[in-house]
Ligand binder design. Structure first.
Ligand code: PGA
Length: 257
């Protein structure tokens, strides 16, 4: 069942998701969180750090991240391990041994995917946080004629490379490959909260929520999960009200799908 929670602002939406995590953490003895990177969850992590300052302990929490760039070391400023350390792990009391992110520098990437799958399979993710790409990707499962179910190495699409170039000095520095959990790994979570803010995401949100399940819109596979909540600000929800509202680059995007 796809639930949709709409908020007037991203700040309100973020507080809602943070409260869901806090409630899970007080309910479960050993909660497992599936975490995402990108600009969308940054304020969520800020809110969790705030909860920690108010006394919430993460010492009993395990986290499993969705993805990592191939070729970036853990301490590279744009690696996702570094992102998680900076925005969350270094500011709370979680044991680092309980935090999992794929190793983008692994000498044998196939073996790294197997190792990560074993970690995913050994845990039940209670609550998975997802962002969504403007092309409908989740994790780094990019639109394609087929999707991989388990953890795998993927070539990033031009759209994603362009979207992520804002974090690097030049587009040429953006890695072209990533390790990502697969669609099936993501669907194994008990509950999923997909956060989407801004008009840029409106097309992907609408397409994921309604319409066919298609490998061209990986987020549409969430329709097959029993407990998914889309948490949206007003802008990301705009196409739900007005089916004619076009995605800003829809033509451009359409030509690639
Ligand atoms: P963003 O990325 O949060 O930076 O918009 C989301 C995603 O690409 O999954």
């Amino acid at each position: 069942m796809m639930k949709v929670r709409r908020f007037s602002t991203a700040a309100l939406a973020t507080v809602y998701v943070a409260a869901q995590i806090e409630s899970l953490m007080t309910r479960e003895a050993e909660p497992v969180l599936g975490l995402a990177t990108g600009s969308t969850p940054i304020n969520l992590y800020r809110q969790l750090v705030e909860f920690h300052h108010q006394g919430l302990s993460f010492s009993h929490v395990t986290t499993i991240n969705l993805d990592e760039y191939v070729g970036l070391a853990a301490d590279h400023p744009q690696s996702y391990r570094r992102f998680m350390d900076d925005h969350l792990f270094s500011q709370i009391d979680i044991p680092l041994a309980n935090t999992f992110v794929p190793n983008g520098m692994a000498p044998n990437l196939d073996r790294e995917c197997d190792r990560y799958d074993a970690i995913v399979n050994a845990h039940t993710i209670d609550l998975q946080i997802l962002g969504i790409g403007r092309n409908g990707h989740i994790g780094f499962n990019e639109p394609d004629i087929s999707l991989k179910t388990r953890t795998h190495v993927i070539d990033l699409t031009e759209d994603t490379i362009q979207a992520n170039a804002r974090f690097f000095s030049t587009e040429a520095e953006v890695p072209t490959r990533a390790i990502t959990m697969g669609i099936q790994s993501i669907l194994q979570a008990q509950s999923i909260f997909l956060m989407a803010f801004g008009r840029d995401k409106a097309w992907a949100v609408k397409r994921a929520l309604s319409g066919e399940v298609s490998t061209e819109v990986p987020a549409s596979f969430l329709q097959m999960h029993p407990n998914v909540t889309f948490v949206l600000d007003a802008e990301a929800a705009v196409a739900l009200d007005d089916p004619r509202t076009p995605y800003p680059d829809q033509e451009n995007l359409g030509s690639r799908l």
